[in-house]
Design a protein around this ligand. Structure first.
Ligand SMILES: [Zn+2]
Length: 425
């Protein structure tokens, strides 16, 4: 299969020098670090990640002649915040580079610290639950709200599937959900380009097409956490992160389904309502968005009553009231995002007319982006995760709110906007 290493070789300038998924990943990480990053390092881990893969990495770093200082968190969940990232940066201020042993949160702390001090960060993922390892963004709390903040990508990522296979099955299924979200996200992106002339780069999507079939063909083995199948999920996620890096935007892997997940995370941060793993939420929301896309593609464009659709759109005041109700102390900021996307009535009419004229021409490409919702739901279930909201460990009430209102939280145009405009949602 196509590997991240091959893709890196063909897409120079990403800032990532090496990606490796396979055995002896700890030794390879240490050799790479010794050759490219320096002779002293701060290793970030927590009790769990250190126990599963950390010892091998620490030993390999020492064997390579690298002086190691450790920053180890406890076993409970930690939230990546700017303060915590700054704390990591401070702990490593006198050292040459940062190394993270862990999942998305710990790796984001190392990326944040590396970016802040302009030092390399190398990552040793212990879970395959999301696609951020190769991305140029960190998901980090700034003044209490989770944001995606641009960062320098990690210099290298080394993952051992045998180690990652020991993570809880639900995390691996979350990774499958985060990866498969590219289907609805890329259709959203294509449509945003068509309707709103947003920047679009097809090459960012196409370089990992073949991986999709392999993942779908391996879902049962993924469900058993067989190391070869785990390696496949890791590669798919690394390539997915890389697609965002190549595009210079998260759009190829983050559409309406991600807005639904972010809505749940923001409610969690603000009001303490339950939220689940990013990829688990994204997987469930991807199934929803693919169902929306199925409705869109079944529409008979000529039958649309554009006057009635324009008249049915929420007024400025109604949207403002919903945003106030949802976001209280941060409503002004959310409102700013919505205002960047909201169209006045005449522009909305023009957009709907453009949709009616263009959808038949766009349909074949959209069908190339999309997968049937039933296929994605089945894949997530077989991988060991929920495909329906009832299976989430998040607030079901907030999930339902998100379906209608997540589109207000970000200026990105997605299928949530399209179906609202078309009167389908
Ligand atoms: Zn994601």
């Amino acid at each position: 299969m196509r590997t991240t290493e091959q893709t890196l070789a063909e897409t120079p300038g990403t800032g990532i020098d090496a990606c490796y998924v396979g055995d002896r990943a700890a030794e390879r990480l240490a050799q790479f670090a010794r050759a490219h990053c320096g002779t002293s390092c701060l290793v970030v881990s927590d009790e769990n990640t250190r126990a599963v893969g950390g010892e091998q990495v620490l030993r390999a770093l020492c064997d390579a002649g690298i002086r190691v200082t450790e920053k180890r968190y406890g076993g409970g969940p930690i939230d990546a915040s700017q303060e915590l990232g700054d704390e990591v940066a401070e702990a490593g201020a006198a050292l040459d580079f940062f190394a993270a042993i862990g999942g998305g949160t710990l790796c984001d702390l190392a990326k944040h610290a590396g970016t802040k001090l302009e030092r390399p960060a190398v990552l040793y993922p212990t879970a395959a639950a999301m696609n951020g390892y190769t991305s140029g963004i960190v998901a980090i709390k700034v003044r209490g709200l989770k944001r995606t903040v641009p960062c320098t990508p990690a210099r290298a990522v080394f993952a051992d599937p045998e180690v990652v296979a020991t993570a809880p099955q639900r995390m691996l299924a979350a990774g499958v959900g985060d990866y498969l979200s590219k289907c609805s996200a890329s259709a959203d992106w294509r449509t945003a380009h068509f309707l709103r002339e947003e920047y679009y780069d097809e090459t960012a999507l196409r370089f990992y097409d073949g991986v999709l079939d392999e993942v779908l063909g391996a879902v049962e083995a993924i469900g058993r956490a067989e190391p070869e199948a785990v390696a496949l999920v890791l590669e798919a996620l690394l390539l997915s992160g890389l697609s965002m890096l190549v595009a210079g935007s998260s759009a190829p892997a983050s559409g309406g389904e991600h807005l639904i997940s972010h809505y749940l995370d923001m409610k969690h941060a603000l009001y303490g309502t339950a939220a689940d793993l990013h990829g688990t939420q994204v997987g469930v929301a991807t199934v929803h968005c693919l169902r929306l896309w199925e409705q869109v593609l079944e529409l008979e464009p000529a039958s649309l009553d554009i006057d009635a659709l324009v008249a049915a759109q929420p007024s400025r005041e109604a949207a403002r009231a919903w945003i106030e109700e949802d976001w209280g102390p941060v409503a002004a900021e959310v409102h700013g995002q919505w205002n960047e996307k909201r169209l006045p009535r005449e522009a909305l009419r023009a957009e709907l007319e453009r949709f009616v004229r263009g959808i038949d021409g766009l349909r074949p490409s959209l069908l190339g982006d999309l997968l049937p919702s039933a296929v994605v739901a089945d894949a997530i279930r077989k991988a060991g995760g929920p495909a329906e909201p009832e299976g989430l460990e998040a607030s079901i009430e907030e999930y339902r709110n998100a379906l209608a209102r997540a589109r207000f939280i970000r200026n990105r145009f997605t299928v949530l906007d399209l179906t609202a405009e078309l009167g389908l949602a």
